[in-house]
Ligand binder design. Structure first.
Ligand SMILES: Cc1ncc(COP(=O)(O)O)c(C=O)c1O
Length: 370
C-alpha cells in the first residue's frame, strides 16, 4: 500500500480475498435489514432464521438432517476456529496440523497451550494429506486434528475415502476433527466430499465454514460451525463473552442469500478456473520453478528452490522482499504457513484479474532471467 501511494504500479498476489463483490441483491438485503431495525444485539449463537437457513442449505446440498441447534453462527470462520479450540483443548493436549497450513490454527493452538504435531503434505502426493502419516502421529494425548480442504496455501482437496478413514480413526481414538471447509465451492476438479457426510460426524466433527470466500463477504465477518448440539450450546458462553453476537443485519442478509441459491456463482467458478490454469502454466514457464496444479481454493504454492540458488538469494523471505522492492510484485513467503514445508516456496493468491496474472508473472520471469 505504501509503494502504491508512492505511485509504484504494484501487482499483488498477496491477500486471500475474492476480487468480486457480494451479489447486489445481498447488499440490498443488508440495507433493508438495517432499515427494518436489525441494528441491535442478537443471540450469541446467531439469529434463528440464519441457523435454520444454514441447516437447510447443508441438508439440501449433502442430503443431511442437520438441525438448527447443531449450527452456530460466528463472527467469521476465524472466530469459529478460535472458540472451538478454546472450548475443546486443554494445555498439554496434542493437536495435529497440516504443514503447510493456514497460520491461524498453529497460533490458536499455541495460545491455548496445546502441543502441535505437524503432518507434512507432500508435493509428490499432490499435497493431499496421507492417512498413514496421520496415524503415526496419533497418541493417547491427541485431542484434535485440523484439516482444511480445499487447502490454503496449496489448493489440495481430499478424496472421499480419506475423509471417511480420518473421521473413522478419530471416532475410534476419540479425538475431534476440526474441518475448515471454507473453500468448498472453489473446487475445479470433481466434487467436494464433506466431513458432514460421514457416519460419525455428530460424535467427532467440528465443521467450520463461512460467507467470506463464496459470497465475497470478508468484511461482513460471518462464519459458522456445525457440530453436536451439546458442544454448540457450550460455545455460546465463549461467543457471548468475546463478541456478544455476530453482526445482526448481516445475518438477515446472509439468510436470504442462502435461500436464493448459488446459481450466480457458476460463472465466477469458471473465471477462477481459468485463472488457475493461467497462473499454473505461466509459473511453469519460469525457468527452475516447480509447481503442483491446485484442485481448489485460489492459491498456488510454487517451489522456487532452484531460482533461490541460482540468484544467490538467502531464502523465500528475501525472495518475496526482493520481488516487491525490485519488481513491485507481492507474494507471501511459504514459511508463513507456518513451518518447514514452505521453505523455498512462495504463496500466490490468484483471486486476481488475468491481465494482472500475466503482468505479475512476466515481471518475476524477467527478474529471474536478469
Ligand atoms: C482456511 C481459511 N480459514 C478461514 C479463513 C478466515 O475466514 P473468515 O474471513 O470467515 O474469518 C481463511 C481466510 O483466509 C482461510 O484461508
Amino acid at each position: 500500500m505504501e509503494l502504491r501511494r508512492k505511485g509504484v504500479d504494484v501487482v499483488s498476489f498477496g491477500i486471500g480475498q475474492p476480487d468480486f463483490q457480494p451479489p447486489p441483491n445481498v447488499i440490498a438485503y443488508a440495507k433493508e435489514a438495517m432499515d427494518a431495525g436489525y441494528n441491535g444485539y442478537g443471540p450469541s449463537l446467531g439469529m434463528p432464521e440464519l441457523r435454520e437457513c444454514i441447516a437447510d442449505f447443508l441438508n439440501e446440498k449433502y442430503g443431511l438432517d442437520v438441525k438448527p441447534d447443531e449450527v452456530a453462527v460466528t463472527a467469521g470462520a476465524k472466530a469459529a476456529v478460535f472458540i472451538g479450540m478454546l472450548a475443546l483443548l486443554e494445555p498439554g493436549d496434542e493437536v495435529i496440523l497440516p504443514d503447510p497450513s493456514y497460520p491461524l490454527y498453529e497460533s490458536v493452538a499455541n495460545f491455548v497451550g496445546a502441543k502441535t504435531r505437524f503432518v507434512r503434505l507432500h508435493s509428490g502426493n499432490n499435497y493431499k494429506i496421507r492417512f498413514e502419516d496421520v496415524e503415526k502421529l496419533v497418541s493417547s494425548k491427541t485431542r484434535m486434528i485440523v484439516i482444511n480442504y480445499p487447502e490454503n496455501p496449496v489448493g489440495s482437496t481430499m478424496d472421499r475415502k480419506d475423509v471417511e478413514a480420518l473421521v473413522e480413526l478419530a471416532y475410534e481414538k476419540r479425538f475431534v476433527v476440526l474441518s475448515d471447509e471454507i473453500y468448498d465451492h472453489f473446487v475445479y476438479e470433481g466434487s467436494h466430499y464433506s466431513t458432514l457426510q460421514t457416519d460419525h460426524w455428530r460424535e467427532v466433527v467440528y465443521y467450520v465454514n463461512g460467507f467470506s470466500k463464496t459470497f465475497g463477504m470478508t468484511g461482513w465477518r460471518l462464519g459458522y460451525v456445525v457440530s453436536n448440539r451439546e458442544l454448540i450450546s457450550k460455545l455460546s458462553v465463549i461467543a457471548n463473552n468475546m463478541y456478544s453476537c455476530p453482526v445482526t443485519f448481516a445475518q438477515i442478509a446472509a439468510a436470504k442469500a442462502l435461500r436464493d441459491g448459488l446459481e450466480w456463482f457458476k460463472p465466477i467458478l469458471d473465471q477462477y478456473r481459468r485463472r488457475r490454469d493461467l497462473i499454473y502454466s505461466r509459473l511453469l514457464s519460469i525457468r527452475g520453478v516447480k509447481v503442483i496444479k491446485p484442485e481448489g481454493a485460489f492459491y498456488i504454492f510454487p517451489d522456487f528452490s532452484e531460482v533461490i540458488r541460482a540468484k544467490g538469494v538467502k531464502n523465500e523471505r528475501e525472495l518475496a522482499d526482493r520481488l516487491l522492492e525490485e519488481k513491485g510484485v507481492v507474494v507471501l513467503p511459504g514459511t508463513a504457513f507456518p513451518k518447514e514445508a514452505g521453505v523455498n516456496h512462495l504463496r500466490f493468491s490468484f483471486a486476481v484479474r488475468e491481465e494482472d496474472i500475466e503482468k505479475g508473472i512476466e515481471r518475476i520471469k524477467a527478474w529471474v532471467a536478469e
